[in-house]
Design a binder for this molecule. Structure first.
Ligand code: NAD
Ligand code: DAU
Length: 362
């Protein structure tokens, strides 16, 4: 008998797989159910090391399908939801905004409805109320818009999203808050800065650059490369989610970030330097691959998170420096080129079929 049953949505993705791993290993008394549609971003190879653990279950489900979501809530009766499933790439949102509305907005509302019906409309299997129930929505700093040269996003910064991605995440944050205010649903929201680390899908800046440096391909830097992002090691984000899910105050939102700002061009040059060293190439080799390309439309200039609240209230701070995290990340990609090859060849999408002997993912 498990102490808790926790749904982790998007658990086959980049951040979700780190959260699943942390919870499955740290909480053997919890049943962890990974709900994921296995879109192009979902990769069960990320979870090979935990897939046979007795407290881990995978359910292939599209959260846009309300009936399927309701069925899983009835089947497992979870008392926790950590919601990471999303369309997550800004560039894709510019070309296909509706996909972001379906998954990020409608998918989130489907989960909220199912949680509301279970936690506020039924008695707990033990006979009491759903005392431990909590819906943790994992969101982004992009909802706050763009900063100028100075200042930080705090939890009180007004929302000002610019891309279809950030607009969809802002909408989902508002729905989560609305379900707390209207129905009394127990919720917390975290808004995190840019993550990096193992298993990062190579469409995003850091893994794309690592991939292209390995293969001597051009390194596309958007615009003048002066856009700035605040980078956090993914395992530190997973630690923050664990803390807020268990100890965050009901109804609150918490910003998560590493106080670690980098202009894109400086970051790409640092990656080139570290990769030349690790690959034994002469200094300056990879920098020659840098190519300035057309800017992303609506490209936000600068993100920077003020993470004082989570630090003061919950004692969270990053466990690794950027230098350590970046070095470990490069080493991971160099030591796991099979993972990278499976992603670029599409073979990773066959893993589900092989492992579960079921239909191939969409
Ligand atoms: P990702 O794209 O790597 O993974 C998303 C996962 O969601 C995939 O496994 C995918 O299969 C699944 N998914 C997509 N649509 C689905 C659907 N309709 N039904 C069920 N599953 C679906 O994303 P990520 O980078 O790991 O981000 C995870 C969450 O964290 C997102 O909500 C994102 O907005 C948020 N976030 C990301 C970052 C970052 O830097 N990557 C920073 C802050 C917040
Ligand atoms: O801030 C949190 C967000 O970080 C998350 O909510 C998103 O899910 C996540 O994708 C990320 O969004 P960004 O747009 O900041 O990440 P991306 O890796 O796409 O780009 C980082 C910066 O690098 C951005 O300024 C655009 C630039 N860039 C990106 C790519 C892919 C390039 O210059 N060249 C590239 O090829």
């Amino acid at each position: 008998m498990y102490q808790r049953t926790v749904f982790i949505t998007g658990g086959a993705g980049f951040i979700g797989s780190h959260v699943v791993r942390l919870f499955v290993n740290k909480y053997p008394n919890y049943k962890i159910v990974n709900l994921d549609a296995l879109t192009y971003a979902g990769n069960l190879e990320n979870l090979k090391d935990v897939e046979d653990k007795p407290n881990y279950v995978f359910e292939k489900i599209d959260i846009v399908d309300a009936a399927a979501v309701n069925e899983l809530f009835k089947k497992y009766q979870p008392d926790g939801v950590i919601h990471l499933a999303a369309e997550s790439h800004v560039d894709r949102s510019i070309h296909s905004p509706l996909d972001f509305v379906y998954t990020n907005v409608i998918g989130t509302v489907n989960l909220l409805n199912a949680a509301k019906d279970l936690w506020l409309g039924t008695t707990h299997p033990s006979g009491g109320t759903w005392e431990q129930a909590r819906f943790h929505h994992v969101s982004t700093d992009e909802v706050y818009g763009s900063l100028g040269e100075t200042g930080f996003f705090t939890e009180a910064t007004p929302y000002d999203p610019h891309s279809p991605y950030s607009a969809s995440k802002a909408a989902s944050d508002h729905f989560v808050k609305a379900y707390a205010d209207t129905y009394g649903l127990p919720i917390v929201i975290t808004n995190c800065s840019n993550n990096y680390g193992p298993n990062h899908f190579p469409e995003k800046l850091i893994p794309l650059m690592i991939h292209n440096i390995i293969h001597n391909k051009p390194l596309p830097v958007y615009g003048d490369g002066k856009n700035t992002r605040d980078w956090l090691y993914v395992i530190d984000h997973a630690r923050a989610i664990d803390l807020v899910f268990h100890k965050g105050r009901n109804g609150e939102k918490y910003n998560v970030g590493g106080f670690n700002e980098w202009k894109n061009i400086d970051l790409v040059k640092l990656l080139c330097k570290l990769m030349d060293e690790k690959l034994g190439r002469p200094a300056g080799t990879s920098e020659q691959l840098i190519t300035f390309v057309k800017d992303r439309p609506g490209h936000d200039l600068r993100y920077a998170i003020d993470a004082t609240k989570i630090h003061k209230e919950l004692g969270w701070s990053p466990s690794v420096t950027f230098e350590e995290g970046l070095s470990q990340t490069i080493d991971w990609f160099l030591n796991n080129q099979e993972w990278l090859n499976h992603v670029t060849s599409g073979e990773y999408q066959q893993y589900y079929k092989k492992q579960y002997n079921l239909d191939a993912p969409k």
